[in-house]
Write a protein that binds this ligand. Structure first.
Ligand code: GLY
Ligand code: MN
Ligand code: MN
Length: 441
C-alpha cells in the first residue's frame, strides 16, 4: 500500500512553521463528527488541512504549531484512551502513543484544551487559523483571546492578529510531492477501473443505482474508502443535471449514460467522467456530439503544461465546443461573437477545470490578482468539458436528434516539467475504444 511517511508529515509541519511570522501560533482543528440521525453518525472524514499536516484520522483532535517554543513546537490534542468507547468504536491512539506515532513534540488529552491552550496563545502576537470552517472552534479561540485581554492590565499579552492559514498552507497543498503523486495515480487508476467495470456491466433496463453499486464495489475492493463525492450516474436527460445524484431511474436502450465518479484513496480524490451508450453502440447523433466534447477535452489537455495558465485549457475547450455546436446547427452565428456574448453558456454552462487533491475541488489560488495562475510541475487538475442539451424553451430550435443529451469527459491531469501526465488514462474515451471495451466481457 502506498502511504505518506511520518517524516513527510513532519516536513510539511516544518515548512509551514518556517513560513510563519516569528512569535506566532497556528491552531488547526480536526473535523467534527457529523450526526446523521439520532445516535448515528456519518462515517468520519478528517479535515483536509489537519490530515495534510498529521495523517491522523481520529475525531476530536487539534494540532497546535508554535515555532521556536522551547518546550516543544508541535502539540497535538487528542482523545484519551477509554476502554468503554474503544469497545464500541475501535482503538483510540491516545496522547501517550501519539507523540511517537504522529511525531509531535507533545500530546495532551483533548479535555485539557481549555486549561492548556490559553497559555499557548498568550504572548503570541498572531494566530493563524482556517477561519469559518468550524464556527464553534472559532468562537472558543475568540473566547480564550477575550479572557487573556481581560487580564491585560495585569501584564497578560493577548494576540492582536488573526490571519487565515489558507495563504500559507493552501499554497503548499497545491504542489503535490512525489509520494502524493503516487497516491493520486493510484486513486485515478482505481477510479478508472470502476468506470471500465460500469461500462462492462451496463444493460438496458438496469437502474442507475445498479451502476453506482458497481462503482462502489470496485472502489472498496481496491482499498479505497468509498467515493470522493456522491457518484453521478445520469441516464438520458438526467445527464443534463450537472450534479445529479438521485441515481434512481432506469437506463434505457438507445440513451447515453454519464458517470462522474472517483474514489477517495488515502484521502486523495479521483474525479473521472465518461459518457457511454447504454446499448454499447453510439448512435450517429450521439457520436457527433460526443466527438466534439472529446476534441475539446484533448485540446484542453494539450495546454496542460508549464508556461500556460490555468484558464488556457478552458478557453481552448470552449473554442472547440462552440465551433462544433455551430457545425451541428445547434448554435448559429460567428464563433467569436457567440463566445464573447456568452450565448454558448446555454449548452456549456460550467468551467472545464479545478484543482484536485485531498479535496476533490482542491485548495489553491486560481488567480494572482487579475491574472490566471501559470501551471507549474506538481499541480494536479481536472479537464472536464461538457455539452448539455436539456429540453426547454432555450433549446427549442436545436435539431431534434440532439435534444436530451448530456456529454462530459473528465480526466485528471498532472502538470510535469515537460508537459503533463493524464492520471486517468486507464479508461478509454474514444467512441470506438469504449464500444470495444463494452463488448469485452
Ligand atoms: N464531480 C465533481 C466535479 O467534477 O467537479
Ligand atoms: Mn467529476
Ligand atoms: Mn471535477
Amino acid at each position: 500500500m502506498i502511504s505518506i511517511s511520518s517524516s513527510e508529515y513532519a516536513r510539511r509541519r516544518r515548512r509551514l512553521m518556517n513560513e510563519m511570522e516569528p512569535g506566532s501560533i497556528a491552531v488547526i482543528p480536526g473535523a467534527v463528527a457529523q450526526r446523521r440521525n439520532r445516535d448515528i453518525f456519518y462515517p468520519f472524514r478528517q479535515d483536509s488541512d489537519f490530515y495534510y499536516l498529521t495523517g491522523f484520522c481520529e475525531p476530536e483532535a487539534l494540532l497546535v504549531l508554535v515555532p521556536q517554543r522551547e518546550q516543544g513546537e508541535t502539540i497535538l490534542f487528542c482523545r484519551d484512551k477509554d476502554p468503554r468507547i474503544e469497545q464500541r468504536d475501535g482503538v483510540i491512539l491516545g496522547p501517550e502513543a501519539a507523540v511517537a506515532s504522529i511525531g509531535v513534540d507533545d500530546a495532551f488529552p483533548v479535555v485539557d484544551e481549555d486549561e492548556i491552550l490559553p497559555g499557548l496563545l498568550e504572548g503570541r502576537h498572531r494566530i493563524y487559523m482556517t477561519m469559518g470552517e468550524y464556527p464553534s472552534f472559532d468562537a472558543r479561540i475568540l473566547g480564550y483571546v477575550a479572557d487573556i485581554r481581560a487580564r491585560e492590565s495585569g501584564g497578560a499579552q493577548p494576540p492582536g492578529e488573526f490571519v487565515s492559514l489558507k495563504h500559507l498552507l493552501h499554497e503548499h497543498r497545491i504542489y503535490k510531492s512525489p509520494t502524493e503523486i503516487q497516491v493520486m495515480r493510484h486513486a485515478a487508476q482505481i477510479s478508472a477501473n470502476a468506470h471500465v467495470r460500469a461500462m462492462q456491466k451496463v444493460r438496458p433496463g438496469m437502474l442507475e443505482s445498479e451502476l453506482e453499486a458497481e462503482l462502489v464495489y470496485e472502489f472498496m475492493r481496491s482499498g479505497a474508502a468509498n467515493a470522493a463525492y456522491p457518484s453521478i450516474v445520469g441516464g438520458g436527460k438526467n445527464a443534463c443535471v450537472l450534479h445529479y445524484i438521485n441515481n434512481n431511474c432506469a437506463l434505457n436502450d438507445g440513451e447515453l449514460v454519464l458517470i462522474d465518479a472517483g474514489c477517495e484513496y488515502q484521502h486523495y480524490a479521483g474525479d473521472i467522467t465518461r459518457t457511454f451508450p447504454v446499448s454499447g453502440r453510439y448512435s450517429e447523433a450521439q457520436k457527433e456530439l460526443y466527438d466534439i466534447v472529446l476534441a475539446a477535452n484533448l485540446a484542453a489537455i494539450e495546454l496542460c503544461r508549464p508556461g500556460e495558465h490555468f484558464n488556457a485549457p478552458h478557453e481552448a475547450a470552449v473554442n472547440v465546443m462552440v465551433e462544433g455546436l455551430i457545425s451541428l446547427g445547434i448554435l448559429h452565428g460567428d464563433k467569436d461573437d457567440l463566445i464573447a456574448d456568452g450565448s454558448y453558456l446555454v449548452f456549456c454552462p460550467h468551467k472545464s477545470s479545478h484543482w484536485l487533491g485531498i479535496d476533490v475541488h482542491d485548495v489553491g489560488d486560481y488567480r494572482f490578482d487579475e491574472e490566471w495562475r501559470p501551471f507549474e510541475p506538481g499541480m494536479v487538475l481536472t479537464i472536464e468539458p461538457g455539452i448539455y442539451i436539456p429540453s426547454n424553451d432555450k433549446t427549442a430550435n436545436v435539431p431534434e436528434q440532439y435534444i436530451g443529451m448530456g456529454v462530459r469527459i473528465e480526466d485528471d491531469v498532472l502538470i510535469t516539467k515537460d508537459g503533463h501526465e493524464v492520471l486517468s488514462s486507464a479508461v478509454a474515451k474514444e467512441t470506438g475504444a469504449i464500444e470495444t471495451l463494452m463488448q469485452a466481457l
